[in-house]
Design a protein around this ligand. Sequence first.
Ligand SMILES: Nc1ncnc2c1ncn2[C@@H]1O[C@H](COP(=O)(O)OP(=O)(O)OP(=O)(O)O)[C@@H](O)[C@H]1O
Ligand SMILES: [Mg+2]
Length: 405
Amino acid sequence: MSDRLRGDGVAGAARPAKERIGKPGRAGLGAVRREFAPWADPAATPLIRFEGVCKRFGDAVAIDNLDLSVYRGEFFCLLGPSGCGKSTLMRMLAGFEQPDAGRILLDGVDQAEIPPHNRPVNMMFQSYALFPHMSVAQNIAFGLRQLSLSKADIQARVDEMLTMVQLTPLARRKPHQLSGGQRQRVALARALARRPQVLLLDEPLGALDKKLREETQFELMDIQEELGATFLVVTHDQEEAMVMADRIAVMNQGRIAQLDTPGRIYEEPVSRYVADFIGDVNLLEGAAVGREDGLWRIACPATGGELLVASDAVLTVGQQVVVAVRPEKIRIDRARPTDVANVIPGEVWDIGYLGDWTTYVLKLAGGETLKTSRANVSRHVVEPVTWEETVFASFAPDAAVMLTG
Ligand SMILES: Nc1ncnc2c1ncn2[C@@H]1O[C@H](COP(=O)(O)OP(=O)(O)OP(=O)(O)O)[C@@H](O)[C@H]1O
Ligand SMILES: [Mg+2]
């Protein structure tokens, strides 16, 4: 299991320190990991740089004039819907596709003339591409044979990888004798076995069940830090990206919609697209009415009144905006609260019990719905809120984010 927090420390709890290889001075608790922020250091030079990169397939634009910097030692996630260009971006970095315009630099060196096998990167493909005639162990050992390692060292490395992906008992099987998830773990082990300095993983955990997926996420984080390597990981799964990444690039149609730490992407999305893509969110449309004490007053037809939102946004009166509020930031009470700026009455329309959380969907006066969620911190709740009750949803001005894009 990993022993530190990622990004802004939104995921997991700090665990005891473990000696780290490759990142001296960063060994220790999550708080230390939080200090890892080379992107904030103007003197730091990126390891990977995309500069104005474009890629078209026929008329279709897969990557649209994209700039991106990834720093040495980063665990970087590319996140976005199907077809947004994630694999294309990675394949260009690995050398399997050529950009139509722009440059890709690795350690300051333009990669345009460098064939894939000479690039200092290793890629695990979305379609694992295992060798069908080789056993699991032989597949994992394949890339090691080109390194000058002794037979015993290769065997030791293969055994270590087999243990990591929990496939030791299946070492002699051929790929066609494995399940999809098992095949994916072989591909992952093969990609990791060479301990590359830059590893590109395209949906490495997509075929695993939830529990194995979570375990492997932490394993990947540990391996990355032990190797001191730079990982670029593609995922569809936003929770996975939040847990693992130092930074996330949220992509939309070949462009980066937002590039930031997990905590900032979640708490400070820059657009409606990002807010909606990451996590659950209520998007309340409204129009700016006026400003007082650092707060914008927003007329919001869905709530039948005005909302107060803390925001430095520069708006003109009447400008259309979207007020984004996460369900867990909204409290619900039976009596109208008097201590919160934004109070919205609603009728309980739907209740979803998730064990650790319960979500309540409220129907508002204008017919729209508002989603709220509450952590189930107690096993026994006296008179829980139930269907068709009228309740009051409330949130503070700084619980919401004002979006203009
Ligand atoms: N070889 C190709 N020929 C034509 N179009 C392609 C080719 N490869 C990718 N595309 C198109 O480019 C766009 C981006 O594809 P890409 O594979 O990068 O998406 P992705 O973000 O990895 O999606 P997914 O999450 O489904 O894997 C898509 O519209 C896809 O159809
Ligand atoms: Mg893909």
